[in-house]
Design a protein around this ligand. Structure first.
Ligand code: NI
Ligand code: MN
Length: 226
């Protein structure tokens, strides 16, 4: 599976010819200034929660591409009110079969207010189960024992986990999250974007290595095969 990193928690995978973008936050990310938001093509946007650093570019990309946006019921209603009609509401515990595979919404321990103060429902993670492989994107979250349920549904080939600390798990907790999810390959996100979440990337890779796991930190704009 091809994965492209666009900075912070924004990445895109291609499955069965469908492009799926997660948590678009590019315009306001100084580190992603070389990424042209208006050139991103996508068939889907998945939103883990309503915070600005996960949805800032959602409306503009959805308007331009006509893609389907998948999010909590409350964010789906908010998008509808803001002119985005092609949405699919979900909530934690539920799954849905899309044209590229099945996605299960899983628990994330975080918060989810929208930028204008609207209630965004609960934050969520996603477990993708597809003919091209499975992966788990946890969204912003604390380490939680709920992650132990992930491999009972499907074994992820890789996980996408936040590890910047302060707002989410730190590196050590992300290692434990990967273990709970039954997965040895992790793509780290939600680090170094702002002052609160600066990490030592070399030390982070070593911490994963010591635990017998691999931490991938693709550069912004880089595509990797996972
Ligand atoms: Ni957040
Ligand atoms: Mn965040």
């Amino acid at each position: 599976m091809q994965l492209t990193y666009f900075g912070h928690s924004c990445f895109q995978v291609t499955i069965g010819g469908k492009k799926i973008l997660f948590d678009p936050f590019i315009t306001y990310n100084e580190l992603a200034k070389d990424i042209s938001v208006d050139s991103i093509k996508t068939d889907y946007i998945f939103l883990s929660h309503g915070h600005a650093d996960h949805i800032a570019d959602c409306i503009s990309i959805a308007k331009r591409t006509g893609c389907k946006v998948v999010a909590s019921w409350e964010i789906h209603e908010w998008l509808n009110k803001n002119g985005i009609a092609n949405t699919h509401p979900m909530n934690t515990g539920g799954k849905w079969q899309f044209d590229f595979g099945t996605v299960k919404c899983v628990v994330a321990q975080h918060s989810s207010g929208l930028p204008d103060g609207s209630y965004g429902g609960n934050p969520m993670g996603f477990l993708f189960m597809t003919g091209e492989g499975n992966f788990y994107y946890s969204g912003d979250t604390a380490l939680t024992l709920d992650m132990q349920l992930v491999p009972t549904w499907a074994t992820p080939d890789f996980c996408v986990l936040p590890l910047g600390d302060n707002f989410t798990m730190d590196v050590a907790d992300a290692v434990r999250a990967a273990a709970f999810a039954g997965c040895n390959k992790v793509i780290g996100v939600h680090y170094n974007t702002f002052g609160f979440i600066k990490i030592d990337t070399e030390a982070a890779k070593k911490t994963f290595e010591k635990a017998g796991k691999e931490l991938l930190l693709p550069a912004i704009g880089q595509s990797i095969t996972v």
